[in-house]
Design a binder for this molecule. Structure first.
Ligand SMILES: C[S@@+](CC[C@H](N)C(=O)[O-])C[C@H]1O[C@@H](n2cnc3c(N)ncnc32)[C@H](O)[C@@H]1O
Length: 296
């Protein structure tokens, strides 16, 4: 997905979820007492979730680095938010073999919304997130899809000879937890394996309602990785076939007209993890004395 401006205007689901999760975890994140928090976001895309919902939580002296595998997304976000102080965007593949030196071990917090389902090497990505955090500790807040009906739609579209040539590698675009019988447990184990000591993983069953065929198509256009491989003249035909499959899966609601609603029931992984308990203890030690009542 490289269509930054399309994505910026069609990411209602992602914005909705990120806002709810950040409201919920804002006070759990271990903010530094000196206000000099450094936060890196993984898979920032066009940057609006990061700037609208993460940026306001960061203390005034905090530093923000938005990253994405797509140089087109990074270019768009850099240009769009160039006036923002203490904020920069750079290319980073979170599944990379070796982190760039200027990022490794430099952050108090890592956040990531709606990105990790794109990364087949989830363990490698989590290892990198662990290593982006400072050696003395830090925490991360991660939200991504475990499963979504869109993956089943992709698999059915691939069987159609009109589209199969564009979708040979469809499995690369299916969440690594889509087939898991216990995605929460699987992800917890990965967090343990890479070294996170304390963590909390939840699988949330959510339903998003797309208001009308055009809204559904615009969202698919913004995130579907296969469209950019085919001539633009085929896009509407592909989207029509996409909608027909959604209907065959009984995910529509109401009359068959342009205002018809579409339901997308999905499982979201929401994970919060700390690199080391000492980090949390350090923060506790910096709290005023009344917080130590009853602690001998
Ligand atoms: C659905 S967008 C989410 C953007 C933003 N976080 C939000 O919530 O709106 C997913 C982003 O992840 C990026 N992405 C995919 N694979 C990645 C990887 N291996 N490393 C970093 N970013 C990646 C994509 O380029 C895309 O911009």
């Amino acid at each position: 997905m490289n269509q930054a401006s399309l994505y910026q205007h069609a990411n209602q689901v992602q914005r909705h979820d990120a806002k709810l999760i950040l409201d919920e975890f804002a006070s759990t994140l271990q903010w530094r007492s000196d206000g000099e928090d450094a936060l890196l976001d993984v898979g920032s895309g066009s940057g609006n979730v990061l700037m609208d919902f993460v940026r306001p939580l960061l203390p005034i002296r905090g530093q923000l680095v938005g990253t994405d595998i797509s140089s087109q997304m990074v270019g768009y976000a850099s240009k769009h938010y160039q006036w923002e102080e203490r904020t920069r965007f750079q290319v980073l593949d979170i599944g990379c073999e070796e982190l760039p030196e200027e990022l490794s071990g430099k952050f108090d917090h890592v956040t990531s919304f709606y990105c990790l389902h794109w990364v087949q090497n989830l363990k490698g990505a989590l290892g990198n997130i662990y290593n982006l955090l400072k050696p003395e500790g830090g925490d991360c807040l991660l939200a991504f899809l475990a499963s979504n009906p869109v993956y089943e739609v992709y698999k059915l579209l691939k069987m159609n000879e009109k589209w199969s040539a564009y979708m040979q590698d469809v499995d690369q675009f299916i969440s690594p937890l889509h087939y898991s019988t216990n995605p929460g447990e699987e992800f917890s184990q990965l967090l343990n394996k890479v070294g996170f000591i304390q963590h909390n993983v939840e699988i949330r069953n959510e339903v998003f309602v797309y208001e009308g065929v055009r809204t559904l198509k615009d969202n698919v256009k913004a995130i579907c990785p296969f469209l950019e491989r085919m001539p633009a003249t085929l896009h509407e035909d592909f989207l029509d076939d996409f909608v027909d499959i959604v209907k065959s899966m009984n995910l529509q609601q109401g009359e068959d007209n342009p205002q018809q609603k579409f339901l997308s029931p999905y499982k979201l992984v929401v994970a919060y993890a700390r690199k080391s308990p000492e980090f949390a203890n350090n923060i506790l030690l910096e709290l005023p004395p009344e917080n130590f009542k009853g602690i001998n």
